[in-house]
Design a protein around this ligand. Sequence first.
Ligand SMILES: [Zn+2]
Ligand SMILES: [Zn+2]
Length: 256
Amino acid sequence: MTIKIKQSFLAIVLLATSILSCTIESDTTTPTTTSTTVPDVYKKIYGATSITSDGTFITIKTNGTPDHESPYFATTNALYKAYTGTTFGGSEFKKNPNVIANQSFTFKLPINPVAATNHAATSLGVIGVALNGVAFYNQYAGPNNQVLTTEIASFDKYYGHPTATSQYHYHVEPLYLTTVKSTKSGLMGFLLDGFPVYGPQEESGTPVVSSDLDVYHGHTHATIDFPKATYHYHFTADAPYLNGNGYYGTAGTVTQ
Ligand SMILES: [Zn+2]
Ligand SMILES: [Zn+2]
């Protein structure tokens, strides 16, 4: 008798559980074109102060400051650390006169990026967002799209530096992300067109060089974050480092 009661109780529990799981499943698999859910991949942008979606654009807010030590912080900042030694490409580090300050970035990235018909050139200034909320810049320096050669010596230990307007940014591999927070083959962030940016290696460990990529500095294949394959940019040790002849897709916006 006791056993019978236990069995029917178990049956009821099992039935209830299966009804419940069916309900949950049908809720999450219902296709919707206006979902405001933020896909998990954007949650990797751990430096964001907020991440929201309207179903068309992902809106990411950041203060643009690095979460790693830099000689470019004010000396009163806990992350200030003097630096001597070499930097990107073996250059001897030579500090520029600028200091890091909080920014107020709002990035709007297309949630379903597609190839653009006309590939607009990236501009000087902010062209994307790194996982730690810092800005990505292209391969040129102001004011007239000069090559970066002379600027490279002022990249700090983690390969970033600030502008005269105190905006810290990476033109090349963000070394703190590739060596501390992620790996050389990990997701590094997104350009404004919504396409992801990866480190200077494929998941197999093979280094990526510019000649492996198209003129926009990317190519298409599956990654851990995008198992169905996606176009993506790569950082490379050789110029243009992150972006070539413009955005692959249509750029969203950044306000600052
Ligand atoms: Zn710069
Ligand atoms: Zn790749």
